[in-house]
Ligand binder design. Structure first.
Ligand code: UDP
Length: 151
């Protein structure tokens, strides 16, 4: 469905390395629609909700420290198959096994500093969008280019 949504977040390393424009541009050029975006320092509370499934893992304290080390860019993108396609555009969790052409495969080397987060299912996307955005922050608009992408 063309109204599928995913949660994509540029991590502090992506911001510090000046890759915000490049990452946004990949989603824009693919034809996906930006629905919401913020630029902010995350908090421990929001990250503990976001990474709920990882809280008891050994890498969590270090992941938390990294995610709090600078601003992040949380975003909502919309379009057909955007959850699965978004993950494919990111690459694998480990940048070293990510194909060139993916964000992590083009710009990353180590597991933690993999530049960007993307929801892994439609269900997680709904959960993550609700953690980072109020309903009123999700903007309704009709991109003029949609007819040239979908029809
Ligand atoms: N991570 C880490 N060490 C690990 C596994 C994961 O630092 O051994 C970090 C990495 O930044 C990753 C995030 O924790 O993106 C969340 O892990 P997940 O397995 O959910 O990977 P993702 O869905 O982001 O590919």
């Amino acid at each position: 469905m063309a109204d599928e949504r995913t949660f994509i977040m540029i991590k502090p390393d992506g911001v510090q390395r000046g890759l915000v424009g490049n990452i946004i541009s990949r989603f824009e050029s693919r034809g996906y629609q930006l629905i919401a975006m913020k630029f902010q320092l995350a908090t421990k509370q929001i990250l503990e909700k976001h990474y709920e499934e990882h809280i008891s893992k050994p890498f969590f304290p270090s992941l938390l420290k990294f995610m709090l080390s600078g601003p992040v860019v949380p975003m909502v993108w919309q379009g057909k198959d955007v959850v699965k396609q978004g993950r494919a555009m990111l690459g694998q969790t480990n940048p070293l096994t990510s194909a060139p052409g993916t964000i992590r495969g083009d710009f990353g080397i180590v597991m933690q500093k993999n530049l960007v987060h993307g929801s892994d299912s439609v269900e997680s996307a709904k959960r993550e969008i609700a953690i980072w955005f109020q309903d009123s922050e999700l903007t309704h608009w009709k991109p003029a280019q949609n007819a040239w992408i979908y029809e």
